[in-house]
Design a binder for this molecule. Structure first.
Ligand SMILES: [Zn+2]
Length: 470
């Protein structure tokens, strides 16, 4: 018997945890953080208590309370008996937090399968993040964490990486991962060959990006597999075809930056290599240096090492690293305690905000809203700011957006919105589904599951935790 169960990421954007069972084999497809669910109860100064381990996460339904899944130390911490793992593997579709981060809570003996580039990104995230119970994906420290154990090395998880063309065998299941186009490299769609037939999982994907051909290959292979079921993302099922493309972001941004006689500032998600390359190209063509942060360097160096991802090294002649002000604020070596900064302090291409402020026209700086206090030193009067991210789609984001706009106004910056979504639009997705022609569809990662009912495939509107036999 083959069945599916869904936890998180159903009528919400992200947080996917899909349990697929085929006789004695159980696997999870993704195990992500549901941010909307987390935001329902928690905020900046009200967070799940690390001191209560997994307790707050289970009690508030941020994690499903199911046996044979979680870390032994975390179960013991809340007075439960440790359990043997009852799941043979977790396959991650890609490295976005809403698909990967709650791997943090999983039993150490459950192997994690992911794309090679996905692992690179998870490593970059780890290098520049503070350890936190919600981001212990690659490795974890046993809880409760006593002071005497601070220096003990963490427990490493078992990762198995793949590329397109590889086949994964998890007990009786054979899985074909096929790279798809999304706003992060190393994103995969999965064809899972079960005893009842093929089950397709789209992960997150799109048709309008730079690598549409990859998504097409996935669609063709999925169609050939004559799937009995398809679990599909539906982030933008309510949006009809748009004219957004990466090329358009390039054209719009280049035009605006060309007009600027002062500093150019851009903000985008650094996990998006296509977007990085768009702005890197613009900077080069306009004879500007692209200034990135030490955090960005952690990503760029890993992308550069991956031969399939074409991007420059962090010491490239067109790239500079912006030195942040820490402790004394005088840029002396002892101010820097974070190892990801310390190990790069001898790079030849480091610059300070004060130096940029002397000749702002020469630079294009990648600056996220959370680092806007640096604008005080950059003094970017009358420059251009390109917001190359999605527009706010919930209340928290609206509040941050308003605050961001206040900074933009304060420094007389020209605000430009230019973005190309990582998710497939409704028109393309409907076409994709008709094309693949699965017997049944299970829409997830969507606030509009009902729209799928208008399609010819039988649509199952999912209830959390319910078992769906295939
Ligand atoms: Zn994603």
């Amino acid at each position: 018997m083959v069945s599916l169960q869904f936890y998180g990421g159903i009528k919400e954007i992200g947080g996917n945890k899909i349990l697929l069972e085929d006789t004695d084999t159980k696997i999870f497809l993704d195990f992500g953080t549901s941010f909307s669910r987390r935001q329902k109860f928690f905020e900046e100064f009200l967070t799940p208590r690390t001191a209560n381990g997994i307790g707050d996460f289970l009690a508030m339904n941020l994690l499903p309370d199911i046996p044979g899944v979680y870390r032994e130390d975390l179960l013991e911490h809340i007075g439960r008996k440790p359990e043997h793992p009852d799941v043979q593997g977790v396959v991650l579709s890609h490295a976005h937090a809403d698909h990967a981060n709650y791997v943090s809570f999983l039993h150490k003996d459950i192997p994690i399968y992911c794309g090679k580039a996905c692992k690179c990104i998870l490593e970059a995230v780890e290098e520049q993040s503070q350890r936190d119970i919600e981001n212990e994906i690659l490795n974890f420290k046993k809880r409760p964490l006593h002071r005497k154990d601070y220096k003990k090395p963490p427990i490493e998880r078992k990762f198995k990486t793949f590329r397109t063309g590889d086949k994964l065998f998890i007990d009786s299941l054979e899985i074909e991962p096929i790279a798809v186009d999304h706003s992060v490299p190393g994103a995969y769609g999965l064809i899972i060959h079960t005893s009842e037939g093929a089950v397709i999982y789209t992960g997150d994907l799109r048709m309008h990006g730079t690598h549409a051909k990859m998504t097409e290959d996935f669609i063709n292979a999925s169609k050939e597999a004559k799937p009995i079921a398809m679990v599909t993302e539906g982030t933008r099922i309510d949006v009809s075809k748009t004219n957004e493309t990466e090329k358009r972001v390039y054209n719009e941004s280049k035009k605006e930056i060309s007009k600027t006689k002062e500093l150019s500032i851009v903000d985008f998600n650094f996990k998006d290599v296509d977007r990085f390359n768009t702005f890197y190209k613009i900077a080069k063509e306009l004879n500007k240096k692209l200034v990135i942060s030490f955090k960005h360097a952690c990503f760029l160096e890993r992308y550069h090492k991956d031969k399939k991802i074409k991007s420059p090294d962090s010491k490239d002649k067109n790239i500079l690293l912006l030195k942040p002000k820490r402790l004394t604020g005088t840029y002396i070596e002892e101010d820097y305690t974070d190892s990801y900064i310390k190990k790069r302090l001898d790079y030849p291409n480091i610059i300070t905000a004060e130096d940029i402020a002397k000749k702002p026209f020469n630079y294009m700086i990648v600056l996220n809203f959370y680092y806007f206090n640096m604008l005080v030193d950059l003094k970017p009067n009358k420059g251009t700011y390109i917001h190359s991210l999605s527009e706010p789609f919930n209340e928290e984001m609206e509040i941050s957006f308003e605050r961001m706009k206040a900074w933009i106004e304060h420094f007389n910056l020209n605000f430009v919105q230019s973005h190309c979504s990582g998710h497939i639009n409704g028109t393309d997705l409907k076409e994709l589904i008709e094309n693949v022609a699965p017997k049944e569809i299970f829409p997830i990662h969507t606030t509009h599951p009902g729209i799928f009912r208008t399609l010819s495939a039988k649509t199952r509107l999912i209830k959390e935790g319910k078992t769906y036999k295939l």
